[in-house]
Ligand binder design. Structure first.
Ligand code: ADP
Length: 471
């Protein structure tokens, strides 16, 4: 069975809770009103009975009612008190006086009822065909020989009507209130979800700058929308980077390919000598090698970022590693008239994948030599700084403009197009350096200013102490 929507479950839950509360409140208010009306009726009966008792005269076995008919208040009281009243003679069990209203109602007491009430006077109720009556019973002993039971009653119809009215109101209002609350809650929960769904539908890859609306309530819906917006912002960045990357790669491939094509066309048009063709082919080969290098670098980077390479981290002595690299690169540096200084006297161990670290150092050295004019100096040092192994490649070369610094680790980024083009870089070396450092849970920093040279600092975790690594 399909589970109910959260909204429906919530609505059902609180509607049931509200129904319970309303029912409990209904029962309590009905009972309270009934008890109150009951108490009022008893109090009124008490007043009528004790008042009426003062106007009754018992003489020689007879009973009569005496009051001042001229006094409107008295007359009014007697009218209310004698509307339903009876006086029984205890000795005969007969009614000796009663209101004319009662006679046809067949509300007389049986002998046993009379005896019970004489012994234990209490309230009692009589349901006649027309109305419901409550009586107050009291025993009157005017003298030693005579005993009477005085019954004074009132009509309970008004009380019943009030209770009926309350019941009707409760039965009408409670379901209406329940329906209103259920629908209101359901709709209120539905509205923000709908708005979010509508907004989410409008977000496409081409329109990733759109965001889900926040209502400003700071509630769960706002929090969800905010989190979703943060994800969208990251996606937007990633897609922009991919688009930038695609544009860059197209540009990088188009320029050399156009040059190659142009060169080949010119060579074919001009009926040149074999030596000319050789020259063109040599130049094309150079260009093709550069292209192939670039594609290789790109592939390595793409596979690395795609998680295809699994680094095998082992304790590696970085000092020995950089000394051996320096020997390899020495010739390249001296060919360019750049002095290479190595400062790695003591072993520095880091958890590293040696071939990848070699590539990282080579890329940095390659750049340092490339961007340092003849007569300059490149230094390569390795040291330990607490739990970190630090490899530093510094040069006295061109330096990097401040505005270029945040971008140099991006793919295809070259700080100075004309100069880099001359130096034959494609702008992928530092992107790989960055990836290698991060894959080792390390980081790479750069300090540079134009004309002052550059200093690249690679920090790698070095959990094992140098002494332990040596032994
Ligand atoms: P490239 O193939 O162009 O060297 P990189 O990714 O290795 O690509 O470097 C990106 C850019 O960073 C270079 O084009 C250059 O502008 C700048 N750069 C890198 N290293 C140095 C350095 N040692 N001195 C000056 N500029 C540098």
């Amino acid at each position: 069975m399909k589970p109910l929507a959260v909204r429906t479950r919530l609505t059902l839950y609180y509607t049931a809770a509200l129904a319970l509360v309303l029912a409990a409140m209904g029962v309590v208010s009905y009972r309270t009103l009934a008890a109150r009306l009951d108490a009022d009726a008893n109090q009124r009966l008490e007043e009528l009975a004790s008042g009426l008792r003062g106007y009754l005269h018992f003489e020689g076995g007879g009973v009569s009612l005496a009051y001042d008919t001229e006094d409107p208040e008295e007359a009014q009281f007697i009218r209310s008190a004698t509307r339903f009243f009876q006086v029984y003679d205890a000795a005969t069990g007969q009614v000796v006086l009663q209101s004319p209203w009662l006679e046809p109602m067949n509300a007389d007491l049986s002998a046993s009822q009379l005896q019970t009430l004489l012994l234990q006077p209490a309230y009692d109720e009589v349901d006649t065909e027309q109305e419901r009556l409550r009586f107050h019973n009291s025993v009157v002993r005017p003298d030693a020989q005579h005993t009477y039971l005085l019954r004074v009653g009132i009509n309970l119809d008004q009380n019943d009507a009030a209770l009926q009215h309350l019941l009707r109101v409760l039965l009408l209002l409670a379901p209406a209130g329940l329906a209103l609350a259920a629908f209101g809650g359901w709709w209120m929960a539905l509205r923000p979800v709908r708005a979010l769904r509508r907004a989410a539908h409008r977000i496409t890859i081409a329109k990733l700058d759109r965001r889900l609306p926040l209502r400003g309530a700071g509630d769960e819906f706002d929090q969800l929308a905010d989190t979703f917006n943060q994800v969208l912002a990251r996606l937007e960045d990633a897609v922009a980077q991919m688009q930038q990357f695609t544009a860059s790669i197209s540009h990088e491939l188009r320029t050399p390919l156009t040059a190659l094509q142009g060169e080949a066309e010119v060579a074919l048009l001009e009926s040149s000598s074999v030596e000319d063709y050789r020259r063109v082919l040599r130049s094309q080969l150079e260009e093709l090698q550069k292209l192939s290098r670039m594609i290789h670098q790109l592939l390595v980077l793409a596979r690395a970022e795609g998680g295809e390479f699994h680094l095998e981290l082992k304790p590696v002595d970085l000092a020995a590693l950089v000394r051996s690299l320096a020997e390899q690169i020495e010739l390249l540096a001296s060919d360019k008239g750049v002095q290479l200084a190595v400062g790695a006297p003591a072993p520095v161990t880091a958890m590293a994948d040696a071939p990848w670290i070699e590539r990282l150092v080579l890329n940095l050295l390659d750049n340092a030599i490339k961007f340092t004019p003849a007569g300059g100096c490149v230094s390569l040092t390795v040291k330990k700084d607490g739990g970190t192994a630090v490899i530093e490649v510094a040069d006295t070369g061109a330096g990097i403009p401040e505005q270029a610094l945040p971008h140099i680790f991006e793919r295809f980024y070259r700080a100075d197009q004309s100069r880099s083009a001359a130096a034959e870089g494609v702008g992928l070396g530092l992107a790989l350096v960055h990836w290698i450092a991060e894959a080792h849970r390390g980081k790479v920093e750069v300090h540079s200013s134009p004309g002052q040279g550059s200093r690249f600092k690679v920090m790698l975790p070095s959990p094992i102490s140098t002494v332990a690594a040596q032994s």
